[in-house]
Design a protein around this ligand. Sequence first.
Ligand code: NAI
Length: 362
Amino acid sequence: MRPSLLKSTAELLRRSRGYASSANPERKVAILGAAGGIGQPLSLLMKLNPLVSSLSLYDIAGTPGVAADVSHINSPALVKGFMGDDQLGEALEGSDIVIIPAGVPRKPGMTRDDLFNINAGIVKALCTAIAKHCPNALVNMISNPVNSTVPIAAEVFKKAGTYDEKKLFGVTTLDVVRAKTFYAGKAGVPVTEVNVPVVGGHAGITILPLFSQVLRPWTMSEVSCKSDTHDPSKNATPASNSLSQEDIEALTKRTQDGGTEVVEAKAGKGSATLSMAYAGAVFADACLKGLNGVPDIVECSFVQSTVTELPFFASKVRLGKNGVEEVLGLGELNDFEKKGLESLKVELKSSIDKGIKFAHGS
Ligand code: NAI
């Protein structure tokens, strides 16, 4: 192949993946809780993302060191560290995306709901600052319990008059990441050929993987740190029918308990951080591509929804220039999934209500 042809082919490939450098606008991403177990590897991954031009790392402690360290990496994003309340406004100013992994993680024996008392207050304070300093940013909520922290954020933004339901996301990508990995391992198929929608919420039985809809990835172009380009013409792989009902039930349980598996293995030293950082980076990358106008970017996320009677629900979401472009439906569910859907609603509703009540101070 001629060198000029090689060059233009490479450029075409880059563009097709949404990473063309010259065409992309400047994007600022802020990470709140950047010095934590998730925050540090997430800061690293976002520094490596070519769509990020400015990376703002905020925490109540430890950010100067993390920022200095990450800033030495020779990728384009300009890194700045901010520490403490006084610097929060500057950290947020002009952000296109704010990712929130601030708060305490679980210890063995704890549910995500046990984190509520501490994390609810942290999320409320951070969202109050977001409403003031970057009301148009997309918010990627990682802090648990996501089923409650997202409703808290919505109420804070409503009170401030800045709420836009298209811009608030509960990050449930780790559930999808786990479902893909566990399914591929069990079915003996390449993990790159698997995609599993995970719907509902992000705690215990509210996590509902739809293994009946196991799909090939919507794009085969990349494996890591990419989001999926949705092509509804790609149907279920033959592998989706290869597992027994018993296997599917065990995989469902393992996906629901994936976080606890890590919490127990870490034996008191926190919850998932590395896989969560990866998942957070995948989701933020999808948001960036959506903002930049890359078409058909689809990820699962816990968002304001009319898919069920609950006000918030995780399902596939098409991302675009304004955040949520379209909340996609659940598709056809089998009897096992229909039963799972009905049983999760009670717990999910109660977690949503708890968040709303907290935000109203009662
Ligand atoms: P960590 O304790 O290692 O880090 C949390 C960081 O938040 C610390 O650096 C701390 O200083 C910081 N922080 C505390 N209050 C803050 C405030 N007001 N403003 C800014 N930063 C503040 O915890 P880790 O492991 O990073 O987990 C963070 C959160 O993510 C937890 O709530 C955890 O449950 C959640 N998580 C969510 C997952 C998901 O799938 N959505 C998966 C795994 C964890």
